[in-house]
Design a protein around this ligand. Structure first.
Ligand code: SF4
Length: 335
């Protein structure tokens, strides 16, 4: 697929550069393609929001990047480079080495990342010593520093406490500290605020934003929430049925979505939606894996669909401000 990379201008100096990624699940009746032709790049200190409904392929893409694709899923085509080094073809052992050290991960539920039997201090110092050549004393000092950096008050005392002694928001801060422990170039945050109260969500979003800017960490933020994206992302990739259907700077995508699916997703930001006069509803639901419609995969739900949309699949092309995979920006839908 020919992609104008203007909107991934950082690609040449990218921390993460994904090109034409395809993920398949082999089956008796042939392979099910779950991700097709996905390309994007993230620069130093940049936050790329990856948004879409459940089943769009966002988390699957994130799993592939950290080498945690569950069997029998496999990368069938494409490349993934981390700071210029190809990482999609590494052995499992090599991928484990990169995970935690060069790529940090934050998931929705902090409890899945924390061990209830050990103090947060011990978990932090062990993670630091796994990834960095430091003494026990240096690891201790670094752990205290990390706790302070993610906004844990009284870190010297909190160091000796167990995960259950922290609130949900504080636990997610500790998970962020753990993700930072190996001083990673890239953090993959998969729905990091979904399980939290709205006021705590805002704090965690603020923290991630600050870390990207002060540390220069590249962040891929996976979420179904356009509101979170509008708050934090520099650029946005919108996924539908295993493809990127629109990608561009956040202000372009949020304020003037070119793709009808993105326009529908805008309904999840009520104030913006009112101002822009868009309809909040997208009728129907995301097709299931193995049931992708022919042509443009969005055509059964698209209010603008024409004959052309059922026959061929639009490529991601320049839509004036973003790249969009939609015939509306390629000469019309009824050709
Ligand atoms: Fe809708 Fe057609 Fe554009 Fe697909 S290509 S989003 S069906 S108008």
């Amino acid at each position: 697929m020919a992609i104008d990379r203007t909107f991934a201008a950082t690609a040449n100096h990218a921390v993460l550069d994904v090109k034409d990624l395809r993920i398949e699940f082999p089956g008796r009746q042939g392979a099910l393609v779950a991700i097709e032709g996905v390309s994007f790049a993230i620069g130093k200190g940049e936050i790329l929001g990856v948004v879409g409904e459940s089943g769009a392929g966002k988390s699957l893409t994130g799993s592939a990047l950290i080498g945690l694709l569950q069997a029998p899923g496999r990368i069938a085509a494409g490349t993934i480079h981390l700071s210029g080094e190809r990482i999609d073809n590494l052995s499992q052992q090599e991928q484990r080495r990169i995970r935690g050290k060069r790529i940090g991960a934050i998931f929705q539920d902090p409890l899945t990342s924390l061990d209830p039997l050990f103090t947060v201090g011990r978990q932090l110092t062990e993670t630091i010593r796994t990834h960095l050549p430091v003494s026990a004393g240096e690891a201790h000092a670094k752990a205290i520093h990390l706790l302070k950096e993610v906004g844990i008050a009284d870190p010297e005392n909190r160091f000796n406490q167990y995960p259950h002694q922290f609130s949900g928001g504080m636990r997610q801060r500790i998970v962020i500290a753990l993700a930072l422990a190996g001083e990673p170039e890239l953090i993959i945050a998969d729905e990091p605020t979904t399980a939290l109260d709205v006021s705590i969500q805002a704090q965690i979003i603020g923290l991630l934003k600050r870390l990207a800017k002060t540390r220069g960490t590249a962040i891929m933020l996976v979420t179904h929430d356009m509101g979170v994206i509008a708050e934090i992302a520099d650029r946005v990739a919108v996924m539908y049925a295993g493809r990127v259907v629109e990608i561009g700077p956040v202000e372009e995508v949020v304020r003037r979505a070119r793709h009808p699916y993105t326009a529908g997703l805008m309904g999840s930001i009520p104030s913006l939606n009112r101002r822009l006069g868009r309809l909040a509803q997208i009728d129907g639901s995301m097709p299931r894996l193995g049931n992708w419609p022919s042509g443009c995969p969005f055509h059964p739900r698209c209010p603008n669909a024409g004959p052309r949309c059922t026959e061929s699949t639009p490529a991601l092309t320049d839509a004036g401000g973003t790249l969009a995979a939609c015939f509306l920006h390629q000469g019309g839908t009824d050709l």
